[in-house]
Design a protein around this ligand. Structure first.
Ligand SMILES: *Cc1c(COP(=O)(O)O)cnc(C)c1O
Length: 473
C-alpha cells in the first residue's frame, strides 16, 4: 500500500510513500495530508468472529506492507491487552435498550478514545525508529486530552522524548494531575504562563525554526497522523459485529466530532464495505462541520469565534482531518484540492454547492453523513435522560453524540453511539447535570494528591528552546 498527498504533490520526496514514511512525517511536502492510494476490501465473514487484536491485525496489515506481519502482530498484541484497556473485548458494546447501544472506546489509560490510536502509535513509533536507527523528540501543546493520551502512549519508549506544553493553572485539577504525576525520564511537562493558544504559537515558532528542528529531530503527534485514523477503523468493525447478527444488516453510528478523525475512520470503514448506513456527526456549539453537511459551506472559524464549551475536546475552529474526506468527494483530484484549499486561505472558506463542484457535492450527499449540533442545555438534559432511563452515566461529549443520534434514529436500524470519554474526566459538568460525582477508576483514586513533575516557563519560544537544548544532545 502506498500513500498519496491530498494535494497531489510529493510525499517523503516521492509521488507516493510507504506507511513508515507517513507514520513519522505528518504533512506531505505540499501541505496536504497522506491518504492510502486505495481502500482494501473488508472480509466480513472471515472477520466477524475475530478477537480485537486479531481483527486489528487483519485491517492494519492491509494498510501497512513495510512492517513484516509477525512484527505487526507482536506490536498489536502488546498494545490491545485487557490490562491496558480493561477488558478482553477492548471496545465493548453496552446496550441501553434494544436498538440503542454505546460503543465504549474510552477504557484506556487516560479514559478517552484517543488512547486506542495513540497506544498503537507509541509502539509503531518505537519499532520504526529502532529499525531505522532514528530518534524523535515530540513537541506538542495540549489543553488537556490529547497531551495526556500522547504522554501515556510514549512513556518509557526508546528513542522518543516528549515535551508537552500546557497552559499553567488553566486545566482541571484532574487533567493536570493525569499529566504531571508521570515521572518517566522521557516525558517533560512544561506549564506555560499563558493560554492554550500561546502554547500552540510556541510549538509553531519552535517547529518553524528549521535548523533547530533538524538538529534536535523534532516531530509531532497530532490529530492528522494517518496511523491514528487507521487504528480507529478497527472499532467500527468490532462494534458492527457486536450489534448485528449477520453481515449485511445496516447500522447507524453517531460520533461526537471535533477534528473529524474519529468519524473519518467510520467513513473509511464504510468505503471498505462495512454496512454502515448513516454516519451521524454531532458537533457542540462549535458547529463548523454541521454547517458544512447541512449547507455545503465550509468556513473555519477564528480563535475568537471559537466557544469554550462543556464538551471542550470538540472546541475546534477548523477540522484538520476534514481534508481527507473532501479528497474522496472530489474524486481524489489533487488539482481540485489545491483550488479549494487556496479558497480557504484566500476567502476564508469554500462552497461545495457551487455549480462547478456539483459532482463532489453529490458525493457528499451520497456518503451517508448527516449532522446536527448540541448545546450545553442539550448536553445536561441528555446526561440526565440517559442516567434516569438506563442508569448509565455518560460524559458530556458522548451526550452530544447521543442527543444528535436520537434525532436521526429510525426503527429497524440499530444505532451505535460512540462513547468518547468517561464521565470521570469531566466531573464538573456531571455534577451540574446530576448533582453527583462520577465514579473514578481505581488507578486514578487520589491522583491530585500525588507528587507532580513539571516546569513552569514563560510564554516564550526561546525559553522552551533553552529548556530542550539542556535535555537533548
Ligand atoms: C478528541 C475528542 C473528540 C473529537 O474527536 P475528533 O476525532 O477530533 O473528531 C470527542 N470527544 C472527546 C472526549 C475527545 O477527546
Amino acid at each position: 500500500m502506498r500513500y498519496l498527498s491530498t494535494r497531489g504533490g510529493l510525499i517523503g520526496g516521492q509521488t507516493s510513500a510507504p506507511f513508515s514514511t507517513v507514520l513519522l512525517e505528518g504533512l506531505a511536502s505540499d501541505g496536504g495530508l497522506s491518504m492510502p492510494e486505495s481502500y482494501p476490501k473488508a472480509e466480513l465473514d472471515a472477520w466477524r468472529s475475530l478477537s480485537y487484536p486479531a481483527l486489528c491485525l487483519e485491517i492494519v496489515s492491509r494498510f501497512v506492507d513495510d512492517i513484516p506481519r509477525d512484527a505487526l502482530k507482536t506490536i498489536i498484541d502488546k498494545t490491545y491487552t485487557p490490562d491496558i484497556f480493561g477488558s478482553a473485548e477492548i471496545t465493548p458494546v453496552r446496550e441501553l435498550e434494544p436498538g440503542l447501544s454505546l460503543l465504549c472506546v474510552s477504557n484506556g489509560p487516560t479514559l478517552a478514545f484517543k488512547d486506542i490510536a495513540l497506544q498503537l502509535l507509541g509502539n509503531l513509533f518505537e519499532y520504526v525508529l529502532a529499525r531505522e536507527g532514528r530518534i524523535i523528540n515530540i513537541l506538542g501543546a495540549t489543553s488537556g486530552d490529547t497531551g495526556s493520551s500522547a504522554e501515556y502512549a510514549m512513556r518509557g519508549k526508546r528513542g522518543i522524548k516528549v515535551f508537552m506544553l500546557s497552559p499553567h493553572k488553566r486545566m482541571s485539577a484532574f487533567q493536570q494531575a493525569q499529566m504531571y504525576t508521570l515521572d518517566d525520564p522521557n516525558i517533560f511537562n512544561l506549564a506555560i504562563e499563558g493560554t492554550f493558544d500561546c502554547c500552540q504559537d510556541i510549538v509553531k515558532a519552535v517547529g518553524g525554526d528549521a535548523a533547530f528542528k533538524k538538529q534536535y529531530h523534532l516531530g509531532a503527534v497530532n490529530s492528522i497522523n494517518w496511523a491514528r485514523v487507521m487504528a480507529q477503523i478497527v472499532y467500527y468493525f468490532k462494534g458492527y459485529f457486536a450489534v448485528t447478527r449477520k453481515n449485511g444488516e445496516p447500522l447507524d453510528v453517531a460520533v461526537p466530532s471535533g477534528n473529524f478523525g474519529n468519524i473519518l475512520a467510520a467513513h473509511i470503514a464504510k468505503q471498505m464495505g462495512l454496512p454502515l448506513r448513516r454516519l451521524i456527526l454531532a458537533t457542540n456549539e462549535n458547529d463548523v462541520l454541521d454547517e458544512f453537511f447541512k449547507r455545503g459551506h465550509y468556513r473555519p472559524r477564528s480563535p475568537e469565534e471559537t466557544h469554550a464549551t462543556s464538551s471542550p475536546s470538540m472546541d475546534i475552529s477548523k477540522a484538520s482531518n476534514f481534508e481527507r474526506f473532501i479528497f474522496d468527494c472530489v474524486g481524489r483530484d489533487g488539482a481540485a484540492m489545491r483550488e479549494l484549499w487556496a479558497q480557504l486561505t484566500g476567502q476564508g472558506g469554500f462552497d461545495l454547492t457551487a455549480p462547478k463542484y456539483q459532482t463532489s457535492w453529490q458525493r457528499v450527499q451520497a456518503s451517508g453523513f448527516v449532522s446536527s449540533r448540541s448545546t450545553h442545555a442539550d448536553r445536561l438534559q441528555t446526561i440526565r435522560d440517559v442516567y434516569h432511563r438506563y442508569g448509565v452515566m455518560i460524559d458530556p461529549h458522548t451526550a452530544d453524540g447521543v442527543k444528535v443520534g436520537q434525532e436521526y434514529r429510525e426503527t429497524g436500524v440499530p444505532l451505535l453511539c460512540v462513547e468518547t470519554a468517561l464521565p470521570a474526566k469531566f466531573a464538573a459538568t456531571i455534577e451540574e447535570a446530576l448533582g453527583k460525582t462520577p465514579p473514578r477508576p481505581d488507578i486514578y483514586a487520589g491522583i491530585e494528591q500525588r507528587p507532580q513533575h513539571y516546569k513552569v516557563l514563560p510564554a516564550d519560544a526561546d525559553a522552551v528552546k533553552a529548556f530542550m537544548r539542556e535535555r537533548l544532545i
